[in-house]
Ligand binder design. Structure first.
Ligand SMILES: NC(=O)c1ccc[n+]([C@@H]2O[C@H](COP(=O)([O-])OP(=O)(O)OC[C@H]3O[C@@H](n4cnc5c(N)ncnc54)[C@H](O)[C@@H]3O)[C@@H](O)[C@H]2O)c1
Length: 517
């Protein structure tokens, strides 16, 4: 984790698709946000985006986010920017509007505030031309949904100071983003230039009746789109050249650049006929699904891709891992008491005295041939819950790095119900017993929809000095944290099923071994 520091407070001018996304990312990271948007319902847009962000991040990582920032809706630009270290303008893409808004913001903002515009393509030198301090201005162009996609393109104008770009990059990194500095001020920056090229070709293909909206989208998502999430065009084409690499690729495909494969310089006229075709095809593709439904599908799929990339320590997955490390740092390791309080807030259960440590959605790949969650996933859910519990008592990764750790020595799982793909599972935890060397946990997995039990897991863990491979007493802070949990759960009855072993006559085991079943 680097020294990047979150902005002490943020101002958002505009709370539409992009402003709402910024609000969600900032609030989830723990930054207080003041929001100015003259349209009614602006705060609702931000809150809805925050809900989507929460849902997505709870699937991306088990590490609890920091305490959320507060959202304040204000009536004027001046109120919004008061005390802000980061001002993010995300108003409609109209140059005169941005000119005025940015000048106003600059007038009222603190002297050290960074003022950024989310513009997709307007030139920073132009939209900052009426600002009193254009040296503090830059374009910070994000991608929708802002709370999930890490890329933010930073582009200064002719007056922007290098220090502004550097400091902005640090603030956005602290928000879990991947700043890409666009070193030359150009229309459309880098990513939108590329996207625009694809978009123009797509419009021609519809215009010429070659392909429908759906066919074009399939051409992207079943092939190139999957690759693009892992490597960009250059690295992918290098691989396409085989072992002979880039030179071979260029030799093979260079000549095709002379062929009429693209119509990039030309744009089809967007007359009523073409517009009607596009709208009708797009409606057909959506098949009646609302924007909210489609956004959820998009977010869940992005989460799946980001999780995959994180597992490979590659690309955008590294930004997720960096966010996890940052959140971990604000969480329990060093101070178990703080950590418990925080986890208690963010994972607040129904006030039943249990710890509510983990939630997970049963993915389609967790299902076996009979349509239910397959057996080993139960242990995965239970073990993941223990992995949330251990940092809570100060026995997480940092503790293990100092040489000691808890090892699970015995597990007993009872299967009590079934889980199907898409079910949301919640896990609650009771500390049954602890002593200096042992930790006895009881997790219960329930289906969130109807609160019905799905499984219980009972686990005995031993505190081990790893180099010597022997059980030793845990550190005083860890034991104190366990004492606190035990005290808070003193009133809880012993859970049903605790201490159960598999029934059946002991001699049956002998006959099974001899193969006489
Ligand atoms: N939609 C995208 O995918 C995307 C991606 C990256 C960047 N952007 C850029 O972000 C900006 C916002 O785009 P959007 O898609 O969120 O648009 P949007 O229409 O969804 O939201 C714009 C918001 O600005 C508000 N607004 C209008 N006048 C205002 C004013 N004077 N002061 C403050 N707020 C005002 C509107 O009420 C609305 O809520 C644009 O510059 C756009 O180019 C959009």
């Amino acid at each position: 984790v680097t020294d990047d520091r979150l902005p002490r407070r943020a101002a958002l001018l505009g709370s539409g698709v992009i402003g709402g996304g910024w609000a969600a990312r900032l609030l989830l990271s723990g930054v207080d946000v003041a929001l100015y948007d003259p349209a009614p319902g602006a705060a609702e847009t931000a809150r809805a985006a925050l809900e989507r962000a929460r849902r997505s991040w709870s699937r991306l990582t088990l590490v609890p986010p920091p305490a959320p920032g507060t959202l304040t809706l204000v009536e004027t630009v001046a109120e919004a920017v008061a005390g802000a270290e980061l001002v993010q303008e995300s108003a409609p893409e109209r140059e005169p509007l941005k000119l005025e808004l940015l000048a106003q913001a600059c007038e009222a903002a603190p002297a050290d505030a960074i003022i950024a515009s989310s513009t997709s393509g307007l030139l920073p030198s132009r939209i900052s031309s009426e600002m009193a301090h254009p040296e503090r201005f830059l374009v910070a162009h994000p991608f929708n949904p802002v709370y999930l996609l890490p890329l933010v393109e930073l582009c200064g104008g002719s007056a922007t100071s290098p220090e502004t770009i550097e400091r902005a990059a640090s603030l956005y990194r602290a928000l879990g983003m991947h700043p890409l500095v666009v070193r030359h001020e150009i229309d459309g920056f880098i990513a939108d230039r590329l996207l625009e090229a694809v978009w123009r070709e797509a419009l021609w293909l519809v215009h010429d009746g070659v392909a429908t909206a759906e066919e074009i989208d399939d051409a992207l998502r079943y092939g190139p789109g999957l690759r693009w999430s892992t490597m960009g065009t250059f690295l992918i084409y290098r691989l396409a050249g085989g072992t002979a690499g880039m030179r071979h690729f260029m030799a093979q495909f260079g000549p095709t650049l002379q062929l009429p494969w693209t119509k990039l310089t030309d744009v089809p006229e967007l007359d009523d006929g073409l517009l009607d075709t596009i709208v009708a095809q797009s409606d057909a593709q959506a098949a009646g699904r609302s924007i909210e439904e489609l956004a959820r599908i998009r977010d869940d799929c992005l989460v799946a891709v980001l999780r995959g990339l994180r597992g490979q320590a590659w690309g955008a997955g590294n930004d997720v891992a960096a966010t996890e490390r940052r959140w971990q740092r604000t969480a329990p390791a060093g101070s178990p008491a703080d950590g418990l309080a925080r986890a208690g807030d963010s994972l607040a259960g129904p006030g039943d005295g249990l710890l509510h440590l983990h939630e997970v959605i049963v993915g389609p790949d967790w299902i076996d041939y009979n349509g239910h969650m397959t057996e080993f996933r139960y242990l995965e859910v239970l073990a993941d819950t223990t992995d949330v519990f251990l940092p809570l008592i100060g026995a997480g990764a940092d503790y293990a790095a100092s040489g000691s750790s808890y090892y699970t020595v015995e597990t007993h799982i009872r299967h009590l119900g079934q889980a199907r793909a898409g079910d949301r599972l919640t896990v609650s935890t009771q500390l049954l017993h602890h002593d200096p060397k042992r930790l006895h946990l009881f997790h219960e997995i329930r289906r969130a929809d109807d609160d019905s039990p799905v499984a219980s897991g009972e686990h005995m863990l031993l505190h081990v000095e790893m180099a010597a491979g022997r059980a030793v007493p845990a550190g005083a802070e860890v034991l104190a944290a366990l004492d606190r949990i035990a005290a808070s759960q003193r009133q809880l009855p012993r859970p049903d099923g605790a201490g159960r072993a598999i029934g059946g006559a002991r001699s049956a085991a002998g006959s099974q071994r001899s193969g006489a079943v």
